[in-house]
Design a protein around this ligand. Sequence first.
Ligand SMILES: Cc1ncc(COP(=O)(O)O)c(C=O)c1O
Length: 460
Amino acid sequence: MTSSLDDIGNAQEAAKRNLWLHFTRMSGYADSDVPVIVRGSGAYVFDQHGRRYLDGLSGLFVSQVGHGRQEIAEAGARQAGELAYFPLWSYAHPKAIELAQRLADLAPGDLNRVFFTTSGSEAVESAWKLAKQYFKLTGQPERYKVISRDIAYHGSSMGALAITGLADIKYPFEPLTPGGVRVPNTNFYRAPAFVRDDLEAFGIWAADEIERAILREGPKSVAAVFLEPVQNSGGCFPPPPGYFQRVREICDRYGVLLVSDEVICAFGRLGYYFGAERYGYQPDIITFAKGVTSGYAPLGGMLVSDTLMEPFSSGTATFLHGITFAGHPVSAAVALANLDIFEKENLLGNVRANEAAFRATLEKLCDLPIVGEVRGAGYFYGIELVKDKATRETFDDDESERLLRGFLSNAVFDAGLPCRCDDRGDPVVQLAPPLICGQEHFDEMEHILRAVLTEAWARI
Ligand SMILES: Cc1ncc(COP(=O)(O)O)c(C=O)c1O
């Protein structure tokens, strides 16, 4: 028998009985309610009890323009009424064409071809598949390996997972797609002793580790390097000055493609349409998703250069890859309306004007004994938690379990600030609010985190 889910008790029961939450320890809800978010407005979302929360992570690095934007909802509804679906397999539809052209105009350099997907993982898989087929078509069939960084997250499907650098989420699914190779990330807070005091030297060392990996693996076997402009997992590691320039040189030297995985960093998160622009490098492929629609409908994709397209633009060669819902008309219409808001409200300008104030507000937390470092860029920050500030000693596994899963994740949510408390590297709290936020939101975040982190410290 069905029951009205308007009744809060019924919704809880059905959520626990029928719904499987992603990357979630379901037993954690045995004795507590599953949080149910029912609506959003601006930078805030509301639960089934009417309680308000500041959306500290833009959902999942998604809601750039904030919630409740009627003009985006209406653009999607209009498109569904006109043409709800037609595939991008052999056909085009107007909104996919218009969006591809608009993204090509926004993208850096010669990236002017868009292959749509529905998600970030599919974008990453598509980039790897393109790299493999491109090299097969251009007489280098042995190039298939991909290099990425320790602890980096590049998606959860089998191919993307082979690029992801998080052992714990790979292990249950091994063996994975062969060819994933790992190099150090740009976590300067945990840099090796010999470069600990020199950010630039650290960046050169980290970039050169990519060259060493290429040489170790065999330069003719490596197809691509996948890097985020600012690495999310581990807690927002910005690139040291010169890092990406050095990586570009290395990729060019060995004929390896540079993929900028911008599933999080594109569409204003760093104050630019694409993170590669902010750090002044030219990728061969950009992968994107999330913020391109601000979450009003799912969409992802990759932007590629003419050079990569070249073997496919004449003769019989076809990129043998496709996804039914990729570039869905409703999602494409929604993305265009989303980008209209970016322009009308100068959201990139808002991030650039306010990012220093955001950082400074979060840095006030550095007076707490548990806060080791605040790092990041744009509207994308990580706060690393430590047991000892002076020695940078981190928490052991038991302490992390108690601190993050046992206390912090629920405590920040209960205090009205859903954000990420993560120990996939060292323990961090991550913030990535909607790009419409300003000082009053930064103050609210600082205020909530100060109370919660103070209590966390008292519990250790
Ligand atoms: C850098 C990066 N790449 C890929 C992905 C996978 O995206 P999706 O969850 O849309 O498949 C993510 C997701 O967070 C990501 O952060």
